[in-house]
Write a protein that binds this ligand. Structure first.
Ligand code: ADP
Ligand code: ASP
Ligand code: MG
Length: 440
């Protein structure tokens, strides 16, 4: 049995958290490869080291004095080193970082230093080999996407020679050697890549909650946990805002059928959530989880007989495409078609898109509504249960939530509901209550 263990920012925020992490790793010899994030928040209004690095680099890029800001970051690491009574010094590393900031090495380089330095400290504390992710995780030159093949070749070889190793999360390198990061929260992806390359049995992802919860704990008090969830369900939920695991983190492990186990560093005895390819285990409730995001606009295009007009949908979408806007959902009726887009992307291009739609399809009317939220209700159990959409409708009606849109995905794995931003939390509570609290 062997495992890759990834620890998130809050699990490595200070020396005390490092001690918990070390005891988890030492408690199970199969925890061979460790992927750390940068130090996260130590208390609720603290700032993550990654955010400090972005801000510090922005100062450097504007030609302003960034030394004080860099000193604050340095102290975060020094506190951890002192707290753990380690003999190492990061002086040379910080000299290099300062030089690179002066040379404007890039925002990705800057952000990546958070996990790089944390990796050095953790490897020293554990007595494990440190492997710089820039040497083993690669991105392609053309479009900057992750180079799966080259990474697998180099990383597998490197891990074969190592009994134990620490590989920092979040970044890798481009063919010219420059550092590139994944999107925010990307250490989860690194963990998955390392798990795939090492061919381990389990990818443990340690965070600050006891697994994937049915709903966001910042909205629902003490939500119930999910014991087992499939990759597909999880992807729907993480894409729609359940921030526990990066939505792209399942791909590398999915290819190898490696399960992910989400665990809590602060409650290591909890079993957490198992994320698997498929399962015959029924979920406890009809739904597996609820997640959602605010900040959408709907653009409804009305035209009599549009259904019989060949290419109508394509033409409407091309008006968005021309402006580089991707759409989120597109429910349609006989004479109307609605396109949901991210408000922040759409606002500055609204007039151009509307003009484009007029030009392409000559609609009878275009109606735009802003400040909408989308909620995804996800569950493999919905397929075999009648009346799920009806229950959602009546729960929302009881809570006086005006439903703007409801769209059942073709997979019958999810139902997407559009509501006003201001109804977002009420709607999530209503859905949680009807399916979980009052479940029979
Ligand atoms: P890490 O720093 O360990 O990567 P994240 O902050 O990325 O941790 O993810 C964990 C956080 O995700 C939790 O603290 C919680 O606030 C939030 N979260 C949002 N939705 C959910 C959910 N459905 N289940 C569990 N946590 C959730
Ligand atoms: N430190 C990075 C971030 O804050 C990556 C991660 O934590 O996964 O986004
Ligand atoms: Mg995370």
């Amino acid at each position: 049995m062997s495992k890759v263990v990834k620890f998130g920012g809050s699990s490595l925020a200070n020396a005390e958290q490092f001690r918990k992490v070390a005891s988890i790793i030492r408690g199970d010899k199969s925890r061979k490869y460790v992927v750390p994030s940068a130090p996260g928040k130590r208390f609720s209004n603290d700032t993550k080291v990654t955010d400090l690095l972005y801000d510090c680099y922005d100062l450097a890029q504007e030609g302003k004095d960034f030394k004080k800001a860099l000193q604050v970051i340095r102290e975060r690491y020094q506190d951890i080193i002192d707290g753990l009574k380690l003999e190492i010094s990061l002086d040379r590393e910080f000299e290099i970082i300062q030089e690179q900031f002066e040379k404007k090495a890039g925002r990705d380089y800057a952000a990546s230093r958070g996990e790089y330095l944390n990796g050095i400290v953790l490897a020293s504390y554990l007595g494990f080999t440190f492997i710089d992710a820039a040497e083993v995780i690669f991105f392609t030159g053309e479009d900057g996407t992750w180079d799966a093949q080259k990474t697998k070749e180099v990383l597998s070889q490197r891990l074969k020679d190592c009994k134990n190793a620490v590989i920092p999360g979040f970044y890798g390198s481009l063919p010219d050697g420059r550092i590139k990061t994944f999107s925010r929260g990307g250490s989860d992806i690194t963990g998955s890549i390392v798990a795939q390359a090492a061919g381990v049995d389990v990818y443990e992802n340690w965070t600050d909650v006891s697994g994937f919860l049915i709903a966001d704990p910042r909205i629902i008090d003490n939500p119930k946990g999910i014991e087992v969830i499939t990759y597909r369900e999880l992807r729907e939920l993480s894409y729609m805002g359940a921030g526990v695991l990066h939505e792209d983190a399942i791909f590398p492990v999915r290819q190898e059928g490696i399960p992910i186990n989400i665990r809590n560093t602060n409650a290591p005895e909890d079993e957490g959530t198992w994320i698997v390819g498929s399962t015959c285990q029924k979920s406890k409730y009809v739904i597996t989880g609820i997640a959602g995001k605010k900040g959408f606009c709907s653009v409804s295009v009305e035209k009599d007989m549009m259904n019989s007009e060949i290419g109508f949908g394509r033409k409407v979408l091309s008006a968005f495409e021309e402006q580089g806007i991707s759409f989120e959902h597109m429910p349609s009726g006989i004479d109307t078609l609605t396109v949901f887009v991210h408000q922040d992307e759409f606002m500055s291009k609204e007039q151009k898109v509307v003009a484009g739609i007029h030009r392409m399809v000559k609609p009878d009317a275009i109606e735009i509504e802003s400040d909408l939220a989308l909620i995804a209700v996800v569950g493999r159990g919905m397929k075999s249960t009648r009346g799920t959409a009806g229950r959602i409708f009546s729960a929302l009606a009881h809570s006086n939530v005006n439903v703007k849109m409801i769209d059942q995905g073709s997979s019958e794995l999810n139902i997407i509901i559009g509501v006003e931003n201001s109804d977002f939390e009420t709607a999530i509570r209503a859905i949680y209550d009807i399916f979980v609290l009052t479940a029979i």
